[in-house]
Design a protein. Structure first.
Length: 292
């Protein structure tokens, strides 16, 4: 058996990057894990951590606000991702055809993806402001009714979903458009020759072939939406009340606004475990559907 002498050099050169990954990845995780079993407030200068075991986790499990924030997170993530998938698929089907001006439309669609998320949140916050916003002013000029998008929890959540859809629709559009253009042409040509309608081709050929791409795009965007923070912070700050407060924003407030580090660490870990379990279940279900 001949050994490759270059292996020891490969390991030698990879070792620094592996050490860096361990430091920036494993160390914070174990630090937060240990912190979650302690009671510690950042304002208690000089005081040691107080070991409380699972008390932080028991408090969170019995805390109604945490589960309300979890429900808000699911509503926001599923609502925005589903809407983006449907609109993105429609736009991808439309712009996959050859016509004049197609390149300009594709360029215009991806513009929101180039704007920083904080800028998008502030921009829409001012556009939808009931007194200073352009959209309520235009609506009042024609109807005489003053719109208030953030007065109730339902309208505030709907506004957040629509803003997120405007922001992330280009991502979904680009992924689905790439998937459409990579599909083989032969099944479509055979279906046209056999006299199949556009709806039959879309239902029996396009959707089955595009399903793996749709599953990946939906999962990636869903994971991004489950971690939403910047949009909530800049537009509603979790209000009115706590009706639009997501888990990311709740963890931020408890940890960096009220300085309950132990409780915030436990909340973050529970949040992470929930996302991992959800992703694993979703991927397995999607794979089973694809095989079936």
């Amino acid at each position: 058996m001949i050994r490759d002498p270059r292996k020891k050099y490969i390991i030698f050169f990879l070792l620094p990057s592996m050490l860096i990954l361990c430091v920036v990845g494993l160390f914070p995780f174990f630090y937060v894990l240990i912190l979650s079993f302690h009671q510690y407030r950042l304002t208690w200068w000089g005081k040691p951590w107080i070991f409380v075991g699972l008390d932080n986790y028991r408090y969170i499990v019995d805390w109604d606000r945490y589960w309300k924030s979890a429900l808000n997170t699911i509503i926001f993530a599923v609502g925005s991702t589903t809407l983006e998938l449907l609109i993105g698929l429609a736009l991808a089907l439309f712009l996959s055809r050859e016509f004049r001006g197609r390149g300009i439309l594709r360029t215009l669609i991806i513009i929101p993806l180039l704007i920083p998320p904080v800028s998008i949140g502030l921009m829409w916050r001012f556009l939808l402001h009931p007194l200073l916003g352009l959209i309520p002013w235009i609506f009042k000029s024609f109807t005489g009714v003053t719109l208030s998008f953030f007065e109730t929890g339902s309208t505030a959540m709907l506004s957040l979903i629509l803003i997120d859809t405007w922001e992330w629709l280009p991502f979904m559009f680009l992924v689905l458009l790439a998937g459409l253009e990579s599909l083989p042409k032969e099944p479509f040509e055979a279906a046209y020759i056999d006299g199949a309608s556009r709806w039959q081709i879309f239902r029996h050929i396009t959707l089955p072939l595009l399903r793996p791409v749709m599953v990946v795009a939906f999962l990636l965007k869903l994971l991004i939406s489950l971690k939403v923070y910047d949009l909530i912070y800049t537009v509603t700050t979790g209000g009115p009340g706590h009706t639009t407060e997501t888990l990311s924003y709740l963890v931020y407030r408890e940890t960096f606004a009220y300085f309950w580090m132990g409780k915030g660490a436990a909340m973050a870990l529970l949040y992470e475990y929930m996302i991992i379990v959800f992703a694993v279940v979703f991927v397995r279900y999607a794979l089973l559907k694809a095989r079936g």
